[in-house]
Ligand binder design. Structure first.
Ligand SMILES: N=c1c2ncn([C@@H]3O[C@H](COP(=O)(O)OP(=O)(O)OP(=O)(O)O)[C@@H](O)[C@H]3O)c2ncn1[C@@H]1O[C@H](COP(=O)(O)O)[C@@H](O)[C@H]1O
Length: 102
């Protein structure tokens, strides 16, 4: 059985996204939405509020729109990765937690 190409493996895209988020956190480019979350006047509450909003959007989409559910889930995962970066928690720590539950 052949392995999926790298760009189709979910762990790879999550690692790549986490790496981009880490770059934005370090470099804080002015035109970056991600950077704006790290520098927001509300502090971490900005991303916490987004996680609350995106969670609600996931729940609503789950009721009747699978395409929207995928899109809203991606928004939620992205904002969760930003929060983990803010807290200096790596994707490996999340993976370890999930593995422990198997
Ligand atoms: N995955 C994402 C991603 N998902 C969602 N979002 C942003 O999250 C926001 C979601 O907010 P909403 O759904 O409420 O939509 P909105 O009304 O436009 O947002 P607000 O005005 O309420 O902030 C939008 O601005 C989206 O653009 C993301 N922004 C960035 N990324 C990734 O981060 C990388 C770096 O992006 P920049 O930081 O913009 O360079 C990108 O290449 C992407 O891979």
């Amino acid at each position: 059985m052949s392995e999926k190409p790298a760009e189709q493996r979910s762990e790879t895209v999550l690692d790549e996204l986490a790496a981009v988020i880490a770059d934005r956190q370090e470099e804080l480019p002015e035109d970056s939405y991600t950077a704006s979350l790290f520098t927001h006047e509300k502090g971490e509450n900005a991303v916490l509020e987004k996680i609350g909003e995106e969670s609600t959007e996931v729940v609503l989409a789950a009721k009747d729109d699978d395409d929207a559910l995928v899109a809203e889930s991606a928004d939620l995962v992205y904002h969760l990765l930003v929060l983990l970066a803010m807290k200096d928690i790596s994707l490996d720590e999340l993976r370890a937690e999930l593995r422990e539950r198997r």
